[in-house]
Design a protein. Structure first.
Lengths: 143, 434
């Protein structure tokens, strides 16, 4: 079970972000979800894309600091209270979370939540046991 | 047992060294005054005549020469012999301004090669050794100097010049090179390449290395010694006085013995020009005692270092210079504290970073700001902000321990620090103090 997130170091200067999205667009990489953590000096761009290999290679070749991070992807029904339920599962199992972000499916009535937790295996096990459906890179490529 | 190339001189009692230096200095000042109008003018302006110089105790009366003088006098202004007596020139890279061109008579070359031979023997070299010279050959003094020294010792000399690392490794392993002479950064590069190719230190035939011509740290020395399985010796020199071999390291590895019979060293206060007592930190100044064609008197090297006459376990009585701590033109004074870029470099290497950094100093509301940008290694990059800020904090603490003042450290992307003509710009001082 694995969902890979691309993590890119972004310098805090004008045009830095658009340069990255341009590169991805040129190489036909589709962004499914993104989140940015920013400080005064730098930002950390986290991406879920349809083609990790191409994104890694093209951004790497252009000199970006980029790596992949294992994250947990969960499919969540698009209705009130569903996210809370998933988070409760993590809480009950004492799994610490660093950050999360979410995106909607275009076709199905579903949301997807990307979770960065201290222990991926434990989180996956607990969520599946509670009836949640996990998504992988293959699922993302098909979205 | 310690071996020497010229034992009598290398172990001469200090009083006799000083006597020898005094005799040579008196003669050299006369030679320069009579043959170099440029320096004669400087002496006349200062009101000093050759007759005023009776020995090394009078050295302080002579005017200094600086890099600017060498530029003004380019190319023949400091030449003290007719060109027909000169057999060679060597030159600096000219990265910091106009090139320096130094002239040599055959005797100048002979004495220079003797100095390099002393360095090779001090590093354990004998006629049994195979000496791979991977310094550049040509105008740069590194290759020709060590090449000549290696011949004098009787080593089988491999005149490789620098570059073409594959070929370096092939000759090193096929011909069983035992001594490697090159810049420390090239030695580190050769070591990394050997490691990548699967060589273990014990498979590499080298036993010693003689590395110089650029600043390097003790940490770098340990790294090179480990990957190559050798003992790494420092060597010091500058084109202006001859080339490598002005000073060399012995088995004790605690500083370099200056070849005092040829080069008279002083430490001065770089601001006032005042001569400082032994053990003080200051600018290193050299007087060439034997050079015929290009004899510089009181040449300011801009290297900051310390001299010591503490007896050495190797038996040499030649005075020792510490590894230069930086250059007068590099030194920054931040919040009243002297900071050398080399200190930042040491911290980075200790903490597992590449020495790719930039110091930015500014003055805001009459307070100095001190920022250090450091390029992150790809493997250090994490996806959380807290991970990166933790690394910045721990690096800033390590720098504070070394320098005594607290910088703000910013981790930046690899290769993002400004490079001008391939050399990274290490210091940006935005304070307009002058």
């Amino acid at each position: 079970m694995s969902l890979k997130q691309l993590t890119v170091f972004v310098e805090n200067k004008q045009g830095a972000l658009v340069a990255i999205t341009d590169t991805l667009a040129t190489h036909n990489v589709n962004i499914r979800a993104l989140s940015i953590a920013d400080t005064r000096d730098f930002g950390i761009l986290r991406l879920i894309v349809n083609d990790n290999a191409t994104a890694l290679k093209t951004l790497g070749d252009e000199g970006y600091l980029i790596n992949t991070t294992d994250v947990v992807g969960v499919k969540i029904g698009d209705e009130p209270g569903k996210l809370s339920k998933a988070l409760q599962v993590l809480d009950e199992n004492n799994i610490n979370m660093e950050y999360l972000y979410a995106f909607m499916s275009r076709t199905e009535k579903h949301a997807y939540v990307v979770l960065r937790v201290a222990d991926n295996a434990a989180a996956e096990q607990a969520l599946e046991k509670a009836g949640f459906h996990l998504i992988t890179d293959a699922d993302v490529a098909k979205l | 047992m310690e071996r020497y190339y010229q034992k009598e001189i290398e172990t001469l009692p200090v009083e006799e060294i000083k006597k020898l230096q005094s005799e040579k200095l008196v003669k050299q000042v006369k030679h320069v005054y009579e043959n170099v109008p440029y320096y004669r003018d400087l002496m006349d302006k200062k009101g000093v005549k050759p007759e005023d110089i009776h020995g090394i105790e009078d050295l302080h009366k002579l005017p200094f020469l600086t890099k600017a003088d060498l530029r003004d006098a380019y190319p023949y202004g400091l030449l003290a012999k007719p060109l027909k007596d000169c057999v060679r020139i060597q030159s600096t890279s000219g990265t910091t301004g106009r090139r320096v061109v130094a002239f040599y008579t055959q005797k100048d070359i002979d004495l220079w090669e003797d100095c390099c031979a002393r360095a090779i023997v001090a590093a354990g070299g004998t006629e049994e050794d195979v000496c791979q010279v991977a310094y550049g050959y040509g105008l740069f003094t590194g290759g020709p100097g060590l090449n000549g020294g290696s011949h004098r010792v009787g080593c089988l000399t491999l005149p490789m010049s620098s570059g073409n690392t594959e070929r370096q490794i092939q000759f090193m392993t096929d011909l069983k090179a035992t001594i490697l002479c090159c810049t420390p950064s090239y030695a580190a590069y050769i070591g990394e390449t050997l490691k990548e190719q699967g060589y273990k230190p014990e498979d590499i035939p080298l036993k010693a290395g003689i590395f110089g011509a650029e600043p390097w740290t003790e940490e770098m020395r340990r790294g090179i010694e480990e990957t190559l399985g050798i003992k790494a010796y420092d060597i010091y020199g500058l084109t202006e006085t001859s080339g490598p071999g002005v000073a060399f390291e012995c088995s004790e590895q605690t500083g370099m013995h200056i070849n005092e019979d040829h080069f008279l060293a002083e430490i001065i206060d770089p601001d006032t020009g005042e001569v400082l007592p032994e053990g003080s930190k200051g600018e290193l100044v050299f007087t060439s005692l034997d050079k015929e064609a290009f004899p510089l008197l009181r040449y300011r090297t801009r290297d900051i270092c310390v001299l010591s006459r503490k007896p050495c376990s190797c038996g040499r009585t030649l005075i020792k210079m510490a590894k230069p701590m930086g250059r007068t033109d590099d030194m920054l004074i931040i919040r009243g504290v002297n900071v050398f870029p080399s200190q930042i470099e040491t911290v980075l290497l200790n903490e597992g970073y590449q020495p790719n950094y930039q110091i930015v100093v500014d003055r805001v509301n009459n307070n100095d700001t001190f920022d250090v940008n450091v390029e992150m290694n790809p493997e250090q990059f994490t996806d959380t902000v807290s991970g990166i800020t933790e690394m910045e904090k721990s690096l800033a603490n390590a720098m504070k321990t070394m320098l005594g003042i607290n910088p703000r450290v910013h981790l930046v992307a690899p290769k993002s620090i400004t490079r001008s003509e391939g050399k990274a710009v290490r210091v940006i001082d935005k304070r307009k103090l002058i």
